[in-house]
Design a protein. Structure first.
Length: 175
């Protein structure tokens, strides 16, 4: 039985079809809400594993020449979109995506600075995956399309699992 049956069943009861759609949407919403609560908690407390700090990977470096000395440099409400629109004039979902990206992009760049290729990969990917979780969470907060909402929930679940796997690997293998 497909969850979004649009053709009336033999009984011809459109109420059953509508109820099937409502049940599917509600069950998806419950799953997505549970997943998104976990993702929100991660965003609120997002921190890279200690093995990903440049202080432990490459020693103290001057990051100002890399364009990410501070996540807030040039990235406030004055930040302009590609069309010249100020960030605070952009739709809320764009503002939220940008706010979250300002946290994960510098972390991803910093994480990739390890002299060990495996550690650099894991650290960079942890921040990258958090970025995917953040984008999916924004979609859950602002999106309307049931297919995209379902996909966002799947993305969050997959990325959370992979972050956990890489974090565990770092704890066991990184010096």
């Amino acid at each position: 039985m497909t969850p979004f049956r649009l053709i009336p069943q033999k009984s011809g009861k459109t109420g059953e079809i509508k109820m099937s759609i409502v049940k599917t949407i509600l069950s998806t919403a419950i799953v997505v809400t549970a997943i998104s609560a976990s993702a929100f908690a991660q965003d609120a407390a997002f921190q890279m594993p200690e093995q990903c700090s440049t202080l432990t990977t490459m020693g103290e470096m001057d990051h100002s020449s890399m364009g990410h000395a501070s996540p807030s440099v040039g990235m406030g409400a004055e930040m302009m979109g590609s069309d010249g629109m100020k960030l605070d004039a952009m739709p809320e979902h764009v503002q939220e995506n940008m706010r979250r990206m300002m946290i994960t992009m510098p972390a991803m760049q910093e994480g990739m600075m390890s002299e060990d290729a495996d550690v650099a990969f894991a650290c960079g990917m942890i921040a990258h995956h958090q970025g995917a979780i953040d984008m999916a969470q924004v979609l859950l907060d602002y999106g309307d399309d049931p297919q995209m909402i379902k996909l966002a929930g799947k993305i969050i679940a997959a990325q959370v699992g992979e972050i956990e796997q890489m974090t565990n690997w770092l704890a066991e293998n990184a010096d």
